[in-house]
Design a protein around this ligand. Structure first.
Ligand SMILES: Cc1ncc(C[n+]2csc(CCOP(=O)(O)OP(=O)(O)O)c2C)c(N)n1
Ligand SMILES: [Mg+2]
Length: 454
């Protein structure tokens, strides 16, 4: 089967890149994910990976020439049976204004106007408020559940990476490969009606809080069946019905908002806790200091979770902080802060469970600094040349999924085949979700005026 590769959208402003060199020769076999060509964008020199496994047959964009995003640049002969080959792109049906798409989930997300009732609804449902069980000895089911959830996120992100390379994802994407333990460990400590806020790097938070692969992927495709009905895209995923405020792409933007939500919960004498995820880059923003100070003086039930992945875009934390221990900031505002190994999902879970308990007991807020590392560039357009190779290797050796997998194998609780089956299941689910997402209808012009405030 022939597969024609198009230039992915790797430029920052200019969609046209200069092709510097092809790293694979015509007739050579290439695997999906292998480095394929080097290009110069308007920002940097970067390597584009192959979206397909097969034999490189023709190059349409030779070295020295330009290639615009979406332009055909190469053709491959691919093995139809290759499990991770590119999928055929079906024609998307034209949306009809009269024919509204059904929501992706049985319970539609409340509109902003219904937002106020969110707290009331959850207050009424407090009888169902189920907290995670404390375990002296973790059960196999619990540990495997954490492994499952982290693998779900990894396979989702890896799948999305290739969709971007195939040129079928609109916009750029911020991914969280390597950081799965922070989202999963924290959300495992939450009850269903607790609320999280997120950032532009929110896919992992969403999957950890219970959004489905399908509603997330539909959103990334801009379909009206997505979790934000196709209006949010990758940087704004969320679903209030599942306790996730749609992602806030302004660095630090979620911090005052989390304090405000926690104030509302406290005034209504609710038992919910708000978890606010943000990056190390947010700590120098005024919004961080204003938000944590308000939460501190009013003893608000917020767990501030800083995913310290050592970089804010290309800037390393020690270039912008004299004291790079972010947990220390809490003491300055009079509350507890703690630094945790963010690539150890159980350490994260335990720290989050303690913090959540303190918040429910009126002893909040708490700041958790989770030390982790992002394996990809800041966005899909970032070549990530600034991460030194020895630093990368050290962090790769601390991969959160492999660490938990090793522990489960050493304890004799699972076999290698069990773990492989988890990965295969999530890959298959992702591929099926892609085929569906590509056929989902896009929002119509009439949708422009729904779910809009003001
Ligand atoms: C207020 C604001 N300033 C700048 C940006 C541009 N920007 C987007 S992400 C980012 C870096 C954020 O780094 P960090 O908070 O550490 O999060 P990470 O990307 O590591 O997850 C910047 C500067 C923005 N979105 N908002
Ligand atoms: Mg960061």
């Amino acid at each position: 089967m022939e597969y024609t590769m198009r230039m992915p959208d790797v430029g920052t402003v200019d969609p046209t890149v200069l092709v510097l060199k092809w790293l694979v020769e015509i007739g050579q076999v290439v695997r999906r994910g292998d480095p394929l060509l080097e290009v110069e964008t308007d920002k940097s020199i970067m390597t584009v990976e192959s979206p397909a496994s097969g034999v490189l047959e023709t190059i349409f964009a030779p070295a020295g020439g330009e290639a615009a995003s979406g332009q055909e640049i190469a053709r491959f002969q691919v093995d139809e049976k290759a499990p991770l080959g590119p999928l055929p792109v079906p024609a998307r049906p034209q949306p009809k204004a009269a024919q509204q798409a059904p929501p992706a989930t049985p319970e539609p997300a409340p509109s902003p106007a219904q937002g106020a009732s969110f707290f009331a609804r959850n207050r009424a449902a407090r009888a169902d408020h189920a907290e995670p069980q404390p375990e002296a000895e973790y059960t196999r089911e619990f540990l495997l559940g954490l492994y499952e959830r982290m693998t779900l996120i990894r396979e989702f992100e890896e799948g999305v990476k290739f969709l971007f390379l195939e040129g079928s994802m609109p916009g750029t994407i911020h991914q969280c490969q390597g950081q799965e333990a922070t989202a999963v460990g924290v959300c495992a400590a939450l009850a269903a009606d607790d609320v999280i806020t997120s950032t532009f790097r929110g896919h992992g938070h969403a999957l950890a809080k219970g959004l489905s692969v399908e509603e997330l992927l539909d959103e990334l495709y801009g379909a009206s069946t997505g979790c934000c009905r196709g209006k949010g895209g990758s940087m704004h995923v969320g679903d209030m019905a599942k306790g996730m405020v749609p992602g806030i792409a302004i660095v630090g933007g979620g911090i005052p908002l989390a304090a405000g939500m926690a104030l509302a919960i406290k005034l209504r004498k609710g038992r919910q806790v708000v978890v606010c995820f943000f990056g190390d880059g947010a700590v120098a923003e005024g919004a961080f200091h204003e938000g944590v100070n308000l939460a501190a003086i009013w003893d608000l039930p917020v767990v501030f979770v800083c995913e310290n992945n050592l970089y804010g875009a290309s800037t390393r934390v020690d270039q912008v902080m004299r004291n790079p221990t972010i947990a220390d900031r809490a003491q300055a505002y009079g509350f507890r802060g703690e630094t945790v190994d963010g690539n150890d999902v159980l350490a994260v879970f335990e720290a989050a469970r303690n913090a959540v308990r303190e918040c429910r007991a009126g002893q909040g807020p708490v700041l958790l600094e989770l030390l982790t590392y992002r394996r990809t560039g800041h966005s899909r357009r970032d070549a990530c040349h600034y991460q030194p190779s020895d630093e990368r290797e050290a962090w790769m050796a601390r991969d959160p999924i492999e660490r938990l997998g090793r522990r489960l194998l050493e304890d004799g609780r699972v076999s290698a085949a069990d773990l492989e089956a988890v990965t295969a299941r999530h890959q298959a689910r992702f591929q099926a979700a892609v085929e569906t997402a590509r056929r989902q209808p896009l929002p119509t012009a009439a949708d422009l005026t729904t779910d809009v405030l003001a």
